[in-house]
Design a protein around this ligand. Structure first.
Ligand code: NAI
Length: 291
């Protein structure tokens, strides 16, 4: 049987969308799955569906941004399923609008869920993975917004750029270990993120959801990739130990355009400060302690 058959996985954001798609694909691949999410109703539905499909699953209520809840959630998952060897950090929220109209509460909420959530998840499971010394894997979910800045989603873009950086460093630091790392960079996927997060954001601000805007944003995603197919792609990539997982070819040109502006600035620079010692360490293949 191919890894992760027989292994136990912990998937955040598993009650909906990409997280649920990954959970379904893991069950189909013969893995046991701990489904973690804040949405208890959808979580119960997902657990019921996957159990009926013959899966071994357990549902764990978890707010990924709440540091104190992670250890308990991990303990409960391991009591139910045995040692976890695959962490899929998928839970995420979108919120705020143009930067100058984004309240700090929303900025902190988006970064708390999207960045802190993945950091705390990795920090909770890494020592467990390391102490066992057997094959393990961490998948972090970023977004094309983590490579190509998009107007009007500043908090989300900042969180996803942070997620890309965090995951790239994690890969470097775990390069010679038994813990693999993957970075999922979805383009448009047909999920309910704009409704889920829209409702949560409105609640945080003590407002009613602007249904018209939420439905319009939701309609754009509806034409995106099927989250279940993305889930299958993720399980395949994790099994094969691939690092970067992308979902739509068009983004390649947009990523190149973003990077080209930065590369061009280096090309045009007159080099007035002389050679950079840290850059020389990197080109020599040594990762500097600090830059
Ligand atoms: P979704 O809204 O369908 O699923 C996200 C799940 O995360 C929901 O079940 C929600 O209850 C849960 N969640 C939200 N806050 C949480 C918290 N604090 N703790 C635990 N669970 C929480 O959305 P989707 O699209 O499946 O999103 C999954 C990931 O994919 C996110 O990280 C998102 O940023 C990313 N993504 C999605 C894209 C898309 O087009 N749908 C594109 C690029 C990235």
């Amino acid at each position: 049987m191919d890894w992760p058959a027989g292994e136990a996985a912990f998937v955040t954001g598993a009650a909906s969308g990409i997280g649920l798609g990954i959970a379904r694909a893991l069950v189909a691949a013969g893995a046991k799955v701990a489904l973690a999410d804040v949405d208890e109703d959808r979580l119960a539905e997902a657990a019921e569906e996957l159990t009926a499909a013959g899966g071994t699953v357990t549902a764990v209520r978890l707010d990924v941004s709440d540091e104190k809840s992670w250890a308990t959630a991990a303990d409960r998952a391991e009591e139910a399923l045995g040692p976890i060897s695959l962490l899929c950090n998928v839970a995420g929220v979108n919120g705020g609008g143009p930067i100058e109209e984004t309240p700090l509460t929303i900025w902190r909420w988006v970064l708390g869920v999207n960045v802190d959530g993945q950091f705390i998840g990795a920090s909770t499971f890494l020592p467990r993975f390391r102490s066992r010394g057997t094959r393990a894997h961490i998948l972090n979910t970023a977004s094309v917004s983590g490579l190509v800045p998009m107007a009007n989603v500043g908090a989300y873009t900042a969180s996803k750029f942070a997620g890309v950086g965090f995951t790239m460093v994690l890969r470097e630091e775990l390069r010679d270990s038994d813990v693999g790392v993957s970075l999922l960079i979805p383009g448009t996927v047909a999920t309910r993120i704009n409704l889920t997060a829209g409702e949560a954001e409105a609640k945080l601000l003590g407002r009613r959801l602007n249904r018209e805007i939420a439905e319009a944003n939701h309609a754009v995603l509806a034409a995106g990739a099927d989250p279940d197919r993305v889930g299958e792609q993720v399980v395949e990539a994790v099994r094969d130990g691939r690092f970067v997982i992308v979902t739509h070819r068009e983004w390649g040109a947009l990523v190149r355009r973003t990077h080209a502006e930065i590369e061009d600035a280096y090309e045009a620079f007159d080099g007035r400060h002389g050679p950079d010692p840290t850059a020389r360490m990197l080109t020599g293949g040594t990762n500097p302690v600090s830059a």
